[in-house]
Design a binder for this molecule. Structure first.
Ligand code: GLY
Ligand code: MN
Length: 466
């Protein structure tokens, strides 16, 4: 358990008050087999369950009765076979005591609880499940087919969890800083490897996995490492890296307690940017730095995103890649040919924090509904007004995606704002993204991590030369 008991007690009290009535059922994760039951993927606790209990064991659930206030940790004790193979673990009763939960029940009790709740007409609040075993369990408990469960998940519970988990406390920020530090070690290592033409993308990926693992950590998602940075989630291949190209590396660490980091750097494999690469790179740097001056409490992140789109459009116009009125171009989503995603997402115990609860509930509210009918804008993950304690990523990019360029040219999409002949000259360019994690503070914001992974072009060249 990471934090003092009081932290978890307060979180559960706040959750109960926000939800207000009925039963809250939070399912912890189960072991997930890779190819046979005893050969499982590394166990990963569900983040919301962990947030409210601090407990890492598989096969647990938390029940909170909003009316009586009773809290129950549900789980079966391990048997002698488990002890022989994996050693002894803390009992469910001890875990409950540690986190300040008064009652303990075996898993079979959940059926009884749910039947009783149904008979009494009480609501059982649950979060949208993302694992198949939980979907089956909820089908058994609540007689809801998996296809109905996302719809039937409790909005009051989703909103309550989002409200609480969105604001990172000082003790959580310390853990996020730890993740950032491991991210710094990963990315500076990757930058040094990126200037060794001949080694493979996969080799660099393996080194990053190793750095994370040697801190007892994992990567916070499968690392994205590619000379084809224009593939937004391009996973490392066995291709040797080639001088002259750019290598995009988007990777993060997740601490033992599952707090994440998420950084992206794009490094010239030759050690120096060409003039053409640097022209585009510097635009991304300036877009990246814009968030530092614009993001502050009360500002909509949607507006910071749109300011980045305007700046990018202005600068691409200066290079002859775009044309026309900047405001109109952004209104029409013309910039999305180059930036088909949003400026960032929330980050915390999930690298895309709480995305499983539904992006619309996490990233938006009544005043910041994303335009779902427009390419690019429909991929925004976070637009809400920023609050002190929010942690969001700042990750602008410019990508030259040949298939997308060809499609837009063929269909005449945003032709009034795009110089397709000029853009065609960049079709083998690849893509650039720069990403850091931003904490919103009372005065504005700051990047997480006390050591900055170099990203200004001169700093990058100096770092890899050294
Ligand atoms: N860092 C990967 C992503 O944000 O999607
Ligand atoms: Mn990210």
């Amino acid at each position: 358990m990471l934090f003092p008991q009081e932290t978890y007690v307060q979180r559960r009290n706040a959750l109960r008050e926000l939800v207000g009535n009925g039963l809250i059922l939070l399912l912890g994760n189960n072991d997930s087999p890779m190819n046979y039951p005893a050969n499982a993927y590394k166990f990963r606790q569900d983040s919301s369950f962990l947030y409210f209990t601090g407990q890492h064991r598989d096969g647990l659930a938390l029940v909170i009765d909003c009316e009586s206030g009773a809290e129950t940790l549900v789980g079966d004790e391990i048997d002698i076979d488990d002890i022989v193979w994996y050693g002894s673990v803390t009992s469910v009763a001890e875990m409950a005591k540690e986190t300040g939960i008064a009652h303990v029940r075996p898993t079979a009790w959940l059926s009884e609880l749910c039947s009783h709740a149904k008979a009494q007409g009480r609501t059982v609040h649950f979060l949208p499940p993302y694992r198949s075993d939980h979907k089956i369990q909820l089908m058994d408990l609540l007689a809801l087919h998996p296809s109905q469960q996302k719809e039937a998940a409790s909005l009051p519970l989703i909103h309550a969890v989002v409200k609480l988990r969105s604001i990172k406390t000082a003790e959580e920020i310390a853990e996020l800083e730890r993740a950032s530090h491991i991210g710094y070690l990963m990315h500076t290592a990757a930058m040094r490897l990126a200037v060794q033409p001949g080694i493979t993308e996969a080799y660099i990926g393996g080194q990053l996995d190793g750095i994370a693992a040697s801190h007892g950590s994992t990567t916070s998602f499968q690392s994205i490492i590619s000379m084809h940075g224009e593939i937004l989630h391009g996973y490392p291949s066995q291709r040797p890296i080639e001088a002259g190209r750019l290598l995009l590396c988007d990777a993060g660490a997740e601490t033992v307690e599952h707090y994440c980091s998420d950084h992206t750097r794009t490094t010239p494999i030759s050690g120096r940017f060409t003039t053409r690469q640097r022209e585009i790179y510097d635009i991304v740097v300036d877009c990246h730095d814009l968030a530092l001056t614009h993001a502050k409490p009360g500002v909509k992140y949607m507006d910071v995103h749109l300011d980045v789109c305007r700046l990018m459009t202005e600068r691409l116009k200066a290079l002859g890649l775009m044309k026309g009125d900047t405001e109109e171009a952004v209104q029409h989503g013309a910039h999305a040919l180059f930036l088909p995603h949003g400026l960032g997402h929330m980050m915390g115990m999930d690298v895309h924090d709480m995305e499983g609860l539904g992006q619309i509930h996490v990233g938006f509210d009544e005043e910041t509904r994303p335009r779902l009918d427009q390419f690019g804008t429909n991929a925004l993950r976070f637009g809400r007004r920023l609050e002190v304690g929010h942690v969001v990523t700042d990750e602008p990019g410019i990508y030259f995606i040949p298939d997308l360029i060809d499609l837009w040219r063929r269909e005449g999409t945003n032709a009034a704002f795009l110089n397709f002949d000029k853009i065609d000259e960049y079709r083998d360019f690849g893509g650039i993204r720069i990403e850091d994690d931003v904490l919103i503070t009372p005065d504005g914001c700051r990047f997480l991590g006390d050591e900055r992974i170099p990203y200004h072009a001169d700093d990058v060249e100096a770092y890899i030369a050294g």
